[in-house]
Design a protein around this ligand. Structure first.
Ligand code: PLP
Length: 230
């Protein structure tokens, strides 16, 4: 497992799929999903130029954040897992981004708990785009209501949308879900013209090309960088 080689390969793939979609390669950011991986793996990715990392579990993520703070290594941390309301404080205090916002109550808690000496917490609203009752995220019809609530909270900064579509090998189905997300993203930008809505977080190791083709601005890649999780 060579993390540097994997990162270079992913970066080349991002560039290639941007070119195919007639997009500029700098329109798509790479988030390295380091959940369950040790700090050594994150350090290797950092040494290969990667600075943005995603974590799914609050406690594990905070331990890693504190480790790199002690080393004076400045990284950008995204919370991308489901969040229980009794765990909001640790996210508000330590993370830079919260990608899985799906209720006003969580937004209010994060806003109240965000330390005022820190920049506002960047927030993405998670959309349940494949309409699976088991998955988190809000329905598309609820998007604007929640977005306007978030916009009124001074210690949060609404940046866009995130989705985890139902996994499928069928490219047409992947693109169908991602295209719906892109349409919602445009709708959000139009509804809130004064908000800095610039992030559409979608695409993982197995569906990245489809996501880039359909307008993703941030792909979240774990396995293809760090290898399979145990
Ligand atoms: C684990 C995870 C990823 C990365 O998935 P891979 O298939 O390993 O690339 C991306 N996004 C979320 C929300 C995840 O939980």
């Amino acid at each position: 497992m060579n993390i540097q080689q994997n990162l270079n390969q992913i970066r080349q793939q991002i560039t290639q799929h941007c070119r195919l979609a007639q997009r500029s390669a700098d329109e798509v950011r790479l988030l390295a999903v380091s959940k369950t991986k040790p700090v050594e793996a994150i350090l290797a990715a950092y040494q290969a130029g990667q600075t943005a990392f995603g974590e799914n579990y609050v406690q594990e993520g905070v331990e890693k954040i504190l480790f790199f703070e002690r080393q004076n290594i400045p990284l950008e941390w995204h919370f991308i897992g489901p969040l229980q309301s009794n765990k909001t404080r640790l996210v508000a205090e330590h993370f830079d981004w919260m990608q899985t916002l799906d209720r006003a109550k969580t937004a209010e808690r994060l806003n109240a708990q965000r330390p005022h000496f820190k920049a506002p917490l960047n927030v993405l609203i998670q959309i349940n785009i494949s309409d699976e009752s088991s998955k988190s995220g809000i329905q598309p019809a609820e998007m604007l209501t929640l977005a306007k609530q978030v916009q009124n909270l001074p210690h949060l900064c609404l940046r866009g949308l995130m989705a985890i579509p139902a996994p499928t090998d069928n490219i047409a189905l992947q693109e169908q879900a991602f295209a719906k997300m892109h349409a919602l993203f445009l709708q959000l930008q139009q509804a809130l013209p004064d908000a800095p809505i610039d992030t559409l977080s979608m695409g993982m190791s197995d569906d990245m090309p489809s996501a880039i083709k359909c307008g993703s601005t941030m792909v979240r890649i774990g396995t293809a960088i760090f290898g399979k999780r145990g």
